[in-house]
Write a protein that binds this ligand. Structure first.
Ligand SMILES: [Mg+2]
Length: 231
């Protein structure tokens, strides 16, 4: 096994339980914006429709097809429209509430802090994220994660997004890490794993859902503390 010295982590859905924080925020939105009175009785259905739309728009955003401001509002606008609500002003207000409130939730996956404490003693740790710059920094600060990481590389600052190998090259250059000594740790087989592989970096697939796949990953774990058995 190569001697790794630099660990690059994805944030959302790898360290930060994005789905849990998103759900909590949706519960608040449902109440705060009186969505039941507007005809949205089934919160699960709203989240399901939103998630579907959000995934599609994020892919467009990643590929440079839409701007972040459009992504942020359109995902709510289109989800509301599926319930017969055509109210652009409401979509703007909900979008603003969501990006303000969702990063403020303390929702880390089990064992994240103890595992990072262990890893921090042996490796240099970094974040590489496609999330919005101000949102990701808020998440790191609220959850007291910032001290674990030597640097945080965001796609907005890098000018390119995972899985583009350019962002991994940028991260290596910025941190002074050699690719042979580096490991990318993430939950997404394309964005994190395939991207890192194409940049010549070994990977750990954090497979919380235990999905069956045929990607040639370097390592795989199904929990965050599972990293301690590899590293
Ligand atoms: Mg992720």
């Amino acid at each position: 096994m190569p001697t790794y010295r630099h660990l690059f982590f994805d944030l959302d859905k790898t360290i930060y339980d994005f789905d849990a924080s998103s759900r909590m925020t949706f519960e608040e939105i449902h109440e705060h914006f009186h969505l039941a009175e507007k005809g949205i009785l089934d919160l699960d259905l709203l989240i399901e429709r939103y998630t579907h739309i959000n995934l599609r728009l994020w892919e467009l955003y990643r590929n440079g097809g839409i701007l972040k401001e459009v992504l942020n509002v359109s995902r709510f606008d289109l989800a509301l429209q599926e319930f017969g609500i055509n109210d652009g002003g409401l979509a703007v207000a909900i979008a603003s509430y969501y990006v303000t409130e969702s990063p403020l939730k303390n929702t880390l996956f089990p064992g994240v802090e103890t595992t990072l404490t262990y890893l921090k003693k042996k490796y240099r740790l970094y974040i590489i994220t496609n999330g919005f710059e101000e949102v990701q920094h808020k998440k790191l600060n609220i959850n007291n994660l910032r001290p674990y990481f030597d640097d945080v590389i965001t796609s907005e600052e890098a000018g390119c997004k995972k899985p583009d190998p350019a962002i991994f090259h940028h991260a290596l250059h910025r941190t002074g890490a050699q690719k042979e000594e580096s490991l990318m740790i993430g939950d997404d087989l394309v964005v994190d794993i395939q991207g890192a592989r194409e940049a010549g970096i070994d990977q750990v697939f954090v497979n919380y859902g235990k999905v069956i796949h045929s990607e040639p990953v370097t390592f795989e774990v199904d929990s965050f503390p599972g990293l301690c058995s590899i590293l």
